[in-house]
Every structure is written in C-alpha cells, then in structure tokens.
Design a protein around this ligand. Structure first.
Ligand code: ADP
Ligand code: MG
Length: 496
C-alpha cells in the first residue's frame, strides 16, 4: 500500500484543463519532486492535496484511506500542509501571533502573551530556526517567512508538506538553509512534495521525480534512474536541440548595425561594435556594467547619448526612437512587466502593439491582419494561452516573454536588441526561445543579446563582447569563450 496516492485527478478552470487524469504515488518520508513547465498544473495539484481546490475527478488516498480535504484546515487535520511562495500570513501580526492564529492561548478571556511567545519559540525551535517571535511577519524576507510557514506546518503535526517553488526568491544562503531544513524533515519521516523547475536542486535533494506536462502525468521515476536531460525532454515533450545552434554554420551577411564611439555621461563610454546580418552577438558584464543602458541608447531611448549609430549605411539620429524603429531596430527590454508588455492588454493587442504604425497606415487598425499575424506567432512560439483575448497579466513568465518576443517579430525588424531573453522562464520555454533566436539568425536578423547567464551567452552567441564599468573591455570568439575567461574580463582580474 502506498503512503499517498493521486488517482485519476482532473481539474478544469474556465477555458483550461489544468489537470487531466493524473495518477502517481508518493512514498512515506521521501522528498518527491514535482516538475513541469509553467502552467503544467503543479500548483493546482498541490492545492488540491492541501484543500485549497477540490478535484473535479479522481481521488486522493492517504495510507490507503480515501481523503477529500475540503479546506486547508481539513487538510491540516489530515496532516497535510502547503508552503506558499506568496505571502500566506498577516504581515502586520507578529511571528508568534501568526503561528498561533488558529488557537491563541487564553487566560481569563485575554490572549496569554507569554504562553503565545513560548509556543511560538517551541515551534521555531522544532525546525532549528532562531527568530524573535515578536518580529512582525511583514519585516521578514521571503526566505524567513517561508521558514515560519514550515515551522507552522511542522508544529501542527504535518506529515506531508507541499513546498511550491520554495527557492525561487531565496538568496544562495537562504537556499542552503532551506536544503538543510528539508533534509532534517526527511530524517523525521515527513514527506515532502517539492515543486521546482530548478533541476540541479531536485537532483541534489529529492528521491523521486514526477513530471507533469500540460496537465498530464508523464513519468514518476527514482532520481537515481533518470538524468537531467531526460527530465527536460519529458517536461517539454521532445528532445532539446543540440548544443550548437544552426546559425553558426551559416555564412554571415553584411554589417547591419554599427555603433561607433557611443557614450552617455555616467552610464557608459566610447562603445563601438558591429553586428552583422545573421549574427548573434552576446554582451556580457556584471550588474551596472552599462549593458542595458547601451542597448537603450542604440534604439534612441537615451537623450544624452553621443556618438554614431548606423543601420546598414544609414546614420540614425540619436535619441530618436521612432526613427530607430522605422529603420528596423527593435528592443526587448529587461523588465518586460514594466517596459515590454502592457499587462492589462490581451495577447493579440500586445503582439500588434509594436507594429501599430505599420498596421494602421491606412488610418485604422486592420483587425484581420492583426489576428492573422498574432495567431502565426503565438503558434510559432507555442504560447500557452486559452485564447488570444486572454490578458497578458494572467500568463506565466515564460509565456509573457514569448508574447513580448512575438510583438517584435510581428514588426519584422531586422535588428533585435534583447535584454535578458530568458529571465524568469522555465527550461522548456528557455529552449524554445533559444531555438527561436537561432531561427531568426538563420533568417538573417542581426541580434545583440545581453544576458547575466553566461551559459546562455555561450550557447547562443557567435562572439561575446564584455563590458565593465561602462566600457567595452574585450571580445571573445565562441570557440575561445568559457565561463572562466568571461568572468575574468567581467570582473577585471587577469586570467591565469
Ligand atoms: P504550474 O504551477 O505548473 O505553473 P498551475 O497549476 O498554476 O501550473 O496552472 C495550471 C493551469 O491552470 C494553467 O493554465 C493556469 O493558467 C490554470 N489555472 C491555475 N489556477 C487557475 C485559476 N484559479 N483560475 C483559472 N485558471 C487557473
Ligand atoms: Mg505554480
């Protein structure tokens, strides 16, 4: 008899099948990974187990007994708790008050403060957390707040704890703490369902891995008998493309973008570079090196920039965004929430936003053309959206990024400046975005990519430029580039 079993679980939301006939079992005291792309149904499954949602079909069994928790409290009584990424406590109450909310110790009708504190201290100690119970929840970092959530779960006797992407907003130090805690919980035979899309983490921590894709169960396997690349293929439903992109074997076209001695006071200085048609050039550097600022100045977003920018042979007026756009430049900014997308607009509107000048040349937006183009790019990028009329704010990070890309593709620009193409997207969407950039380069687009992830630049680029403190300090050809030598250039220390 298995400890915990999901049997044919199904759940729909309006317009989406979130889970479809999902069955697998979880062993007692194991750390069971749940992985899948954004939107695969991981959180929904956790929420069904912890009583936040009710399944439409199927059932759960705990130690052989069917269970149907109808509320988080009912789940708690069964020994099941979920640790959320988002704030789950009252920020303006203390740790002690939050931990004891359900059962405030009372004396003669008053809350017994010292009993409250003692109980909280005991709960925190039970997971080895050294926190002042009087601190307000609102003053804690996400990591510490999660710790308090875990203390609450363990303290109320949870046997099963679902952790939904627990490390996604933790610092490296906090993540180590979390791992230590997960291991301690395992020693106590507490079963953990660990949701994450960070593969290294799952391979370091978990015993078994379940992969979901588009709401369906793909595989449940012991960690020891699978491998990261296998898991990735299971997640995205096909093999990842080979490491070497196709564009590298194509001949380069003429120079598409020339930047000559571009400077902006206090931001960057004397930047000169070229990008040829069909080329992907990477731009590496530490935070503050001036990479994003350089991209912005190239497309005309920096009124103080000086120097020369040419698109093919044509000089651009600096600071003239419209002119840069009509010359065929496009910028996909770093912070897509603030700059890249209009979150309240739907996918169709967002995709066609960048090309409005082209579409409305006749004085009105040609709906039909807009629809066609959007459908084309949404399909090409495999955006998961219930319909083109869904507002972008409701989509996952990876899908938002794809829409932002689609927006520039719909404009058919020749030169793409892309800042952090895969920030916050999962491995499947990442692979798709890499593949798309490869295809675009093969079609002859000139692409300049800023990324803080060196493996990303090493995968995509034909050559990599390095900026440090506002200046270009080096260029490394793909065949000579490594994380080590790029890092040396970025940090300004000599390579050994
Ligand atoms: P994951 O956690 O794997 O990223 P989710 O379980 O959050 O995926 O979502 C699965 C699918 O269900 C997605 O398409 C998502 O948009 C949809 N979904 C999740 N929760 C809701 C909800 N409350 N209302 C409508 N749709 C939802
Ligand atoms: Mg989720």
């Amino acid at each position: 008899m298995s400890f915990l079993a999901f049997e044919g679980i199904g759940k729909r939301f309006p317009g989406v099948v979130a889970l479809d006939d999902v069955s697998f079992t979880v062993a007692e005291g194991s750390c069971h990974a749940l992985i899948g792309e954004n939107g695969a149904g991981k959180s929904t499954l956790g929420k069904i187990l912890s009583g936040i949602y009710t399944a439409d079909t199927g059932r759960l069994r705990l130690q052989g007994r069917p269970i149907a928790p109808e509320s988080p409290l009912a789940a708690r009584r069964l020994g099941i708790a979920m640790v959320h990424q988002e704030l789950a406590f009252c920020p303006n109450l203390s740790i002690a008050e939050n931990l004891c909310l359900g059962e405030l110790p009372q004396r003669a009708g008053w809350v017994d403060r010292s009993a409250l504190r003692a109980r909280a201290r005991q709960l925190l100690a039970s997971i080895g957390a050294d926190l002042d119970p009087d601190r307000l929840i609102g003053t804690l970092s996400t990591g510490l707040e999660q710790l308090v959530q875990i203390a609450a779960a363990v303290g109320t006797g949870a046997k099963v704890i679902v952790m939904d992407e627990p490390s996604s907003s933790l610092s490296a130090g906090e993540t180590r703490e979390l791992f230590r805690l997960v291991r301690t919980l395992k020693e106590r035979r507490i079963t953990i369902i660990y949701v994450s899309h960070r593969l290294e983490e799952l391979f370091a921590l978990c015993d078994t891995i379940t992969v979901l894709r588009d709401g369906r169960h793909v595989a449940t396997e012991p960690i020891s008998s699978t491998r990261p690349d296998r898991v990735v293929s299971q997640m995205i439903g096909r093999d990842l493309r080979p490491e070497t992109p196709t564009h590298l074997s194509r001949a380069l076209g003429p120079v598409a973008l020339t930047v000559n001695r571009l400077s902006s006071p206090g931001r960057f200085e004397d930047v000169s570079l070229t990008v040829r048609a069909g080329e992907i050039v990477g731009l590496a550097g530490l935070v503050g090196a001036g990479r994003s600022e350089t991209l912005q100045a190239i497309v005309g977003l920096d009124p103080e920039a000086q120097g020369n920018v040419h698109v093919k042979d044509r000089p651009l007026r600096l600071g003239a965004l419209e002119e840069a756009l009509s010359a065929g430049l496009g910028l996909l900014p770093e912070d897509r929430k603030r700059q890249g997308l209009v979150l309240g607009m739907n996918c169709r509107e967002n995709t066609s936003l960048a090309m409005l000048p082209l579409l409305s040349r006749l004085g009105w937006i040609r709906r039909e053309k807009e629809q066609t183009l959007t459908r084309q790019y949404v399909a090409r990028l495999r955006v998961k959206t219930p319909s083109l009329e869904t507002t972008v704010a409701g989509l996952s990070g990876g899908n938002q990024q794809k829409i932002a890309l689609a927006k520039w593709l719909a404009r058919a620009c020749d030169i793409l400046l892309i800042d952090e193409p895969t920030r916050g997207v999962d491995v499947g969407a990442k692979a798709e975005i890499y593949q798309l950039l490869d295809e675009l380069a093969c079609e002859g687009k000139a692409i300049l990519v800023v990324s803080s992830e060196l493996p990303e630049l090493l995968t995509l680029s034909r050559r990599i430029l390095v900026m440090r403190q506002g200046q270009l300090v080096g260029e490394v050809a793909r065949e000579h580039a490594s994380e080590a030598n790029l890092m040396h250039l970025m940090a300004g220390v000599a390579a050994h």
